[in-house]
Design a protein around this ligand. Structure first.
Ligand SMILES: [Zn+2]
Length: 495
């Protein structure tokens, strides 16, 4: 249960209020999930409020994407409003503040205003007659440069609180409104306070980075005599690699083909986590574990993976061989090997019928394993048998390996000292992933943060369906993204 002050069951109204300036990322998920959870736990309401009154920061495709991504993380809202539909509401409140003498029209140069502010001096407009201010209010619609400033405290120790502006005039193209003429937009403190009041928001839950905004919004509440909501500020969740969530950097990266899109495997957008096969309930659990503490925290991918593993650990196991290299094994007996699809679940087996020709068989191992080998080394082909490297040649970076089968190194599980184990002497060597060199999916590609792993995987992977999660042994969990016969593309999920 999330503890919040003065919460009456059935009466709690909270909101999640994103800017449609890009796709939601892991940082947004925290605010969305905590508000959604509070509305559920207290039998209240969640309002989705799209804050799109800064035309330069509006990205048309984000409107739909935000809703899709919120649904994906399990958020369910009772009402949606879009602020660009409500411009007259904010204009009306700003005019009322002017009429009551709590705000004034100002067209000072920003630099000049700043100097006066630092000297704790009023600008020439601050003490104008209300009638004059109202005339200038109408002028504001004809010209850029005017704004409405709310009267606060010239002696405030925080200069940003001093007579902060409430409106902005802009003729910048608004992707949703599609207007070309001058439009008067509310700045966020006006529109947020107006809507929080009108929508009856009882609890405003947001990060400590909004503390100054809260102070600003309280001036508006005070002048109108509105009842303030409970403000709850949780600690900042910092995300070490800002580039994974920064909208401007992601947009630039997409334009420069550094990222494939908003769901690029390197990003921490919800789209990217979805494509990687991170379960939305894991994201929810992670955020609920963080809770509403006011302690600053760093987002931990490892902690998210810990939650996610609970949802994926029963996935089928397969082998993936990155950059396969051929190993020719001599004196190889006929062998029929079976590997379980999962060690703890009885899902069945993957079978490999290893038939040698004149005692020889070609197998494939990973280049990274092959590079470590030298003549005379004995290695264990995972879960199968041992081989000893007889001859190793390197030509044009490609290693050709000839090895000898080691007698009696495969045998059944034995029970020694009452414990299940395997014959020690044959198993105390490096374990190497392998696959036969036929009946494979030769075109396996795994999109991973920082690189694309290319190689081969088992034929069983052909039966996967899109979105299936599997574990490639010793490699990690992956989500099947595209299955095109022998060409299969995966997205890397986690270790
Ligand atoms: Zn002024």
């Amino acid at each position: 249960m999330i503890e919040i002050p003065n919460a009456e069951r059935g009466k709690v109204i909270v909101r999640f209020a994103p800017n449609p300036s890009g796709y939601l990322h892991i940082g947004h998920a925290r605010a969305a999930i905590l508000n959604d959870e509070i509305s559920r736990q207290y039998g209240g309401k969640l309002i989705l409020r799209i804050e799109d009154t800064d035309p330069g920061r509006v990205d048309e495709e984000s409107y739909a994407a935000i809703e899709e991504d919120l649904k994906w993380v399990g958020c369910d809202w009772d009402m949606k409003i879009i602020q660009s539909d409500r411009l007259p509401v904010y204009e009306n409140f700003a005019r009322q503040l002017v009429e009551k003498g709590h705000a004034y029209l100002c067209n000072c140069e920003p630099e000049k205003f700043k100097v006066l502010k630092l000297q704790k001096m009023p600008c020439p407009h601050r003490n104008m007659e209300i009638s004059e201010n109202l005339k200038n209010f109408d002028k504001m619609y004809a010209r850029e440069g005017w704004t409405v400033r709310i009267k606060t405290d010239l002696n405030s120790p925080n200069p940003s609180l001093v007579d902060f502006p409430l409106l902005r005039v802009s003729k910048e193209h608004h992707p949703r409104l599609k207007k070309k003429e001058l439009v008067v937009y509310p700045l966020m403190n006006l529109s947020v306070a107006a809507d929080d009041h009108l929508l009856g928001i009882t609890h405003v839950l947001r990060g400590k980075d909004h503390l100054t905004n809260t102070e600003k919004q309280k001036f508006i509440y005070k002048y109108f005599g509105w009842k303030e909501p409970e403000y709850i500020h949780y600690g900042i969740m910092s995300i070490g690699q800002e580039g994974k969530i920064s909208k401007s950097e992601i947009k630039k990266g997409i334009d420069e083909n550094k990222f494939t899109g908003w769901d690029d495997v390197n990003l921490l957008t919800l789209r990217a986590l979805k494509r990687r096969g991170i379960n939305p309930r894991a994201i929810r659990n992670y955020m609920l574990n963080l809770g509403v503490t006011d302690v600053d925290v760093e987002f931990s991918e490892e902690a998210l993976y810990f939650e996610n593993k609970k949802f994926i650990e029963s996935s089928f196991r397969y082998f993936f061989i990155e950059d396969p290299v051929k190993i020719n094994v001599e004196n190889f007996p006929y062998m029929d090997v079976q590997f379980p699809l999962h060690k703890e679940h009885s899902y069945g087996f993957r079978e490999f019928n290893l038939v040698s020709k004149e005692g020889k068989i070609n197998l494939l191992i990973q280049k990274s394993d092959a590079e470590k080998l030298k003549e005379g080394d004995e290695i264990r082909l995972m879960n199968t048998c041992n081989v000893r490297v007889k001859c190793l040649t390197k030509a044009e970076g490609i290693t050709e390996i000839i090895a000898d089968y080691v007698e009696n190194s495969h045998g059944p599980m034995v029970v020694a000292n009452g414990k299940k184990g395997k014959k020690g002497k044959f198993f105390n060597v490096a374990k190497v992933l392998w696959l036969p060199d036929e009946n494979l999916c030769p075109g396996a590609k795994i999109y991973m943060p920082g690189r694309i792993a290319k190689g081969i995987c088992e034929t069983g992977c052909r039966n996967l369906k899109e979105n299936d999660i599997i574990q490639f042994e010793t490699f990690g969990f992956c989500r099947a993204d595209k299955i095109m016969g022998n060409e299969i593309e995966f997205y890397w999920t986690q270790r």
